[in-house]
Design a protein around this ligand. Sequence first.
Ligand code: UDP
Length: 375
Amino acid sequence: MTKQIVFLMSDTGGGHRASANALVEALRVLHGDGVQCQLVDLLTHYGTWPLSRAGAYYQPLIDHHLWLWRLGFGCVNEARLWQIAALTARLWQREGLRRFAAEYPADLYVSVHPLLNHAPWWTLRRRNRRAPFATVVTDLASAPRPWYNPAVDQLSASCPQVQSAALRAGIPPERVLLGGLPIRLAYAQPRPTAAAARAALGLEQRPTALLLGGGAGMGALAPLAAALAARLAPQGAQLAVICGRNQRLHDQLAAQRWPGAVRIAGYVDNMPLWMAAADLVVSKAGPGTIAEALACELPLILHSFVPGQESGNVRYVEQNGVGVYCRHPDQIAALAAAWLAPGSGELAARRARARRLAQPEAALTIAGALSKLLD
Ligand code: UDP
């Protein structure tokens, strides 16, 4: 009989959906039509205000009211305050969660979002006692407190720091798995050569820097693109900028005149190919992008991070020697130019470390562990 799996997620940033899709892909490989997976944006469709607008508020909050974001993040990350917040959410969101539980009966629930591990678990336990509930942590090193519910049936940690935090939070060790951060299976398959990927994308055959800002095209991408293009052009390197869903940025950059070889793209659904074409990635410290870059053995220059949620990702990248954080466009451009310069050893050393840290098969590993819960 086909098993029903429901993924609890929300589109706050692009990473949670991307990770859920990677798990669906892996579960299909393992079970074919034996599983039916559904992704539910629980905050948007079943939450009450302000959670129901979290997807819409996420970016403006970070862009224009960072102090409010820091305050909120600090509060939920503090033990006592989080207990109060979790209890409040459980009561406040009760009606919506009951509706969700009734509309989505399942054999397994999997949360890939920090805010969906407590109140939904509580409601589902009462409504559907038998179905197991798993958490797959889709943040990297600084995954905040709401990720950890000691009562879940399984938690998959994205990295050793998250594994330790889960154990400290009281989740029994036999339920904690170091699964890695789930990324698309394409990252686990043999990559095309850089030359083939560049040809497929219509890029020139030159050393290539890829500038990214997560799914929403966040960060100071316009000044960064200008600084990078100015530094890379004289040494014959090229720049590709992916603006994600930031249409305004895309239109602005696409209308600009650039020195040297510069390619501006909007939202792309073939990121593995763009990464295969690149020699280094300049990005916001998003967990998904970091895991994907590592899987492609790409050194990273991080230009920004969401405070709290992504601060630990910066340490993770720097301490593992696969990249650096720098926020000044001119310095970033100088670094990228130095790393891409002919004869520079910087890229090779970082590539080797990225190879050791990468977990391109994380989605399959985690899907295997989830399958055991289905049994
Ligand atoms: N992404 C994509 N196409 C784009 C821009 C981004 O597929 O045009 C993907 C990217 O490969 C990654 C995700 O969106 O899987 C971004 O996740 P991340 O955790 O890096 O940042 P977030 O968007 O959640 O802030």
